[in-house]
Write a protein that binds this ligand. Structure first.
Ligand code: FES
Length: 115
């Protein structure tokens, strides 16, 4: 069972359980289900409104993950990722710290999400 803690200076932190293993639930869906006010608009990885910062609070560290081209492009446009960083993420097979909540699939890891 993954623990996802949503944190924002304007709201109280909220920790929710994610259903691990389904690999279909996005972070944005989880936030909405739990009434966490993460910003969003397009819900399709294009507008960048759902930008969040995700860090691991798991002793195992972050799990490998592949960012889609769409997500990489938006993060680049927002100035959160450089092409060099994108290239390195491919080498390391790791997600970036900044993610789009509507594109990020929740996995079996404990994370802190700053929104
Ligand atoms: Fe538009 Fe996620 S809601 S990119």
């Amino acid at each position: 069972m993954a623990l996802v803690t949503f944190s924002n200076p304007d709201y109280k932190d909220k920790t929710v359980y994610a259903v691990a293993g389904s690999h279909t639930e996005t972070l944005l869906k989880l936030a909405k289900e739990n009434k966490v006010p993460v910003n969003f608009d397009c819900q399709d990885g294009e507008c960048g409104h759902c930008l969040v910062r995700v860090t691991s609070v798991d002793s195992k560290g972050r799990m490998g993950y592949f960012l889609t081209d769409k997500e990489q492009n938006v993060l680049k446009e927002l100035g959160k990722l450089t092409q060099e960083q994108i290239d390195q993420l491919h080498v390391d097979d790791m997600p970036s710290e900044y993610r789009l909540a509507c594109q990020m699939i929740v996995r079996d890891e404990d994370i802190l999400v700053e929104y």
